[in-house]
Design a protein around this ligand. Structure first.
Ligand SMILES: *[C@@H]1O[C@H](CO)[C@@H](O)[C@H](O)[C@H]1NC(C)=O
Ligand SMILES: *[C@@H]1O[C@H](CO)[C@@H](O)[C@H](O)[C@H]1NC(C)=O
Length: 321
């Protein structure tokens, strides 16, 4: 009897020990902090005639400044490498940022490379290796194509339009807006703080009717296009640290063309800062690293010099590759 009693207790004891160990390991993993994150940015294909003399791919400085403002560094990732090279880069960077632009979302090199990283990120996150992805404008559209396995975009023009966000109920329990001060959360719904520059987008109806998309992402905000269509404007992965905005948080602080409606109010600047810091905090949870300080230094964008571009584009400066 007593022997059995003992084994029951010892069993409980060991079970508890295992639970404690697992809880601690989980906690350690989740609390590990990398304060020197590097975010990978895929270069974008040049399609604008005025930019063609400078290079075939580019990254506007506004995205670089945006990522740096959250306390991270940027590694530009070219679109001409092999799958093995992307797999190697994946183990070194702490997040991926898909910028806006004008590439085909299925057949372009931009889409091909994004898909490689997307698959690596799914596998890594499933295995407890935290790896965040952010998509802005076309970057968000590309995330929806990758998740849905097809291009479901339709015309939802909101061109050069600053809008408030129509937040869903899920927005009030999401991760992306969790750190927002109450006043900012209110301002986001009332003031035109989000710059829109797009012709295509994902209709809310399409999102809700597509099982793959609606089970993968929480819908955090919507907006109305020129044709009256309600489109998806902010999404966040339910299980994965993947985030998308159809609008452009980087313009609020880092683009100044007088011809465009870039929101520059104090609240607009705060919105942009909050989201940059949010995403870089996600990057801090990734423990990927370069093999050596020398390799890290030579991979960063600091070795490139941007070109002054405010007199022929809507960007102040552009990095060409
Ligand atoms: C906001 O979204 C709700 C549903 O989520 C919709 O009924 C309403 O028309 C939207 N309003 C605007 C201004 O987009
Ligand atoms: C833009 O400005 C730079 C620097 O002043 C100048 O070298 C360049 O020719 C200008 N480009 C155009 C297209 O005006």
């Amino acid at each position: 009897m007593s022997c059995r009693g003992f084994s029951v207790y010892s069993c409980l004891f060991f079970t508890c020990l295992i639970c404690w160990y697992e809880a601690t390991a989980f906690k350690l993993f989740h609390e590990a902090v990398n304060n020197r994150p590097v975010i990978g940015v895929l270069t974008q294909i040049v399609s604008d005639e005025v930019m063609k003399p400078f290079g075939e791919t580019y990254i506007p400085d506004s995205y670089v400044n945006y990522i740096e403002s959250g306390g991270s560094r940027v590694m530009p990732i070219r679109l001409t490498l092999s799958t093995a090279e992307y797999e190697s880069i994946f183990k070194k960077i702490n997040g991926l940022f898909l910028i806006g632009g004008a590439s085909d979302l299925v057949t372009s090199d931009f889409a091909r490379v994004a898909k490689i990283f997307y698959k690596l990120a799914l596998t890594a996150n499933d295995a407890g290796d935290f790896f965040p992805i952010w998509g802005t404008c076309m970057g968000m559209q590309l995330l929806t194509v990758l998740v849905a396995g097809e291009n479901l975009l339709t015309e939802t023009t909101a061109e050069n339009l600053a809008l408030p966000l129509n937040l869903t109920t899920e927005a009030h329990s999401c991760r992306m807006f969790k750190g927002f001060p109450k006043e900012l959360m209110k301002a986001v719904t009332e003031e035109p703080l989000t710059g829109n520059f797009h012709k295509y987008g994902l209709k809310v109806k399409t999102f809700q009717e597509n099982q793959k998309l609606s089970s993968f992402f929480s819908l955090l905000s919507t907006n109305i296009a020129a044709n009256g269509a309600q489109f998806v404007s902010t999404i966040e992965g339910k299980r994965y640290p993947f985030y998308g905005v159809q609008w452009h948080p980087e313009v609020n602080r880092f683009q100044w063309s007088r011809k465009l409606n870039f929101p520059h109010s104090s609240n607009a600047v705060q919105l942009s800062s909050q989201l940059a810091e949010f995403f870089i905090n996600e990057g801090r949870k990734s423990l990927h690293h370069f093999d050596s300080p020398e390799e890290e230094d030579s991979s960063l964008i600091y070795t490139f010099t941007p070109v002054y571009a405010a007199n022929f584009t809507a960007y102040e400066q552009i990095y060409f590759f």
